[in-house]
Design a protein around this ligand. Structure first.
Ligand SMILES: Cc1ncc(COP(=O)(O)O)c(C=O)c1O
Length: 405
């Protein structure tokens, strides 16, 4: 394990303090983001001989030496050149980091793996989280594979297929009437009360630590160079905060190049961090919403850290209408062959908007994160066309497709 210099607890109002240890930080009640700062050195970067997936970066993870016992393969997702999509957006070097390739088809699988690996090592039996759907699906599947019990708190209206996955994997699922933020608080309270492992995003620093490996992979996949711009959706914030941390750590370990500008994307229907960045008043409590359920978060846990990281990267936060998010999901499928749920396509919708505003240059190397698969949310796929009924007859086929004989 790399030497830890400081464990910092940052509250959404930007107040911060140091914690004596990871367990103390992760176990603090309430919403806050926990950040682990290491003594960085070049020999923490991976060599060619290192393992695969997120464990390849274990010298930059807070993990004691020893065999990895978590059974699912996580990380090592493809960075794809998206030429046809880039053409549509006027970008010559557009890449998609397809984070929907994990065991539960969302970017939550990395965090689940690291939290459960430590839980297995400590002999924990029960793990909990609150979730808008994907953290929960990921945890249910991961806990099933690892032999732990998952107790999951979701808001009403969670996508049916995600619920089915959780239940079929054997999790106890509790639907909290008061919504996601209340579910989050209840899950944390229950973890303390009953001694469960707390996998809640942002408050358990292992979640960000695992997610920062996305930045390490992008850097390696680009031939150990930094991209110019990275675009990601923002719900509670750990996804983008982890990207920022990952690129920062690479640099602190001696990697060359300027840190990328980060563009975070929220739905215009629920955009608390865009409002804060622009000094606009928050939406009244209980108002606002979006079809992009993964980013339907009224009080982001990692608010202060996201605002800090966005400013430091010289990037920005953008709000895009739901309609544009759904169009982006359709474009992803039609131009890149990637199926994304609305929150998973939000980065692309944000990139389209960034292009409109002149925030991205045509020649820049731009990476957009796809964070969740559309296969779990088929209800949102825009498909105006219908299949055409025909008989098994070549002449009819010729006629229907207007092919000449
Ligand atoms: C598909 C998808 N994208 C993005 C996010 C937002 O991630 P974060 O909460 O780390 O900002 C989520 C969170 O659940 C998600 O499910």
């Amino acid at each position: 394990m790399p030497q830890i210099e400081e464990i910092r607890i940052i509250a959404p109002d930007d107040s911060s303090e140091s914690a004596p240890g990871i367990d103390d930080a992760a176990g603090r009640p309430g919403s806050h983001h926990v950040e682990i700062i290491y003594r960085y050195a070049p020999d923490l970067l991976p060599t060619d001989a290192e393992g695969s997936g997120i464990w390849r970066y274990r010298r930059l993870l807070p993990l004691e030496p020893g065999e990895i016992r978590y059974p699912l393969a996580v990380g090592g997702t493809p960075l794809m050149t998206a030429g046809r999509l880039g053409d549509a957006l006027g970008l010559s070097h557009l890449y998609l980091k397809d984070e929907a390739r994990g065991p539960s088809a969302s970017n939550k699988d990395r965090a689940t793996a690291l939290v459960l690996e430590t839980g297995i090592r400590r002999g924990q039996k029960v793990v909990t989280c609150a979730s808008t759907g994907n953290v929960a699906s990921s945890l249910a599947i991961g806990a099933a594979a690892a032999g732990l019990k998952a107790v999951i708190f979701v808001p009403r209206g969670t996508s049916p297929l995600k619920l089915q996955l959780m239940l079929a994997a054997g999790a106890d699922v509790l639907e909290v009437a008061e919504g996601y933020s209340a579910a989050f608080d209840l899950s944390r309270l229950a973890a303390r009360e009953f001694g469960w492992l707390d996998r809640n995003t942002g408050v358990n620093p292992l979640t960000t630590e695992a997610k920062k490996t996305v930045a390490f992979e992008i850097w390696e996949q680009l031939g150990r160079t930094m991209p110019d711009v990275v675009v990601a959706p923002v719900g509670d914030g750990p996804t983008i905060a982890a990207l920022a941390k990952g690129f920062r750590e690479l640099s602190l370990c001696g990697a060359d190049g300027r840190l990328p500008r980060l563009i975070g994307v929220q739905s215009a229907g629920l955009d608390p961090l865009v409002r804060r960045l622009q000094d606009l008043p928050p939406l009244p409590r209980g108002e606002g919403g979006t079809v992009a359920e993964g980013i339907a978060v009224p009080d982001p846990v990692s608010a202060a850290v996201v605002l800090r990281d966005i400013r430091e990267s010289h990037g920005t936060l953008l709000a895009v209408p739901d309609e544009d998010i759904l169009k982006a999901a359709a474009l992803l499928l039609a131009r890149a062959g990637v199926s994304a749920e609305p929150a998973g396509a939000a980065a692309l919708a944000g990139l389209v908007e960034a292009g409109r505003r002149g925030l991205v240059e045509a020649q820049e190397r731009v990476v957009a994160l796809v964070t969740g698969s559309g296969l779990k949310t088929p209800q949102y796929l825009l498909a105006e066309r219908r299949p055409q009924a025909i008989h098994a007859d070549l002449a009819e086929l010729r006629e229907v497709l207007q092919l000449r004989s």
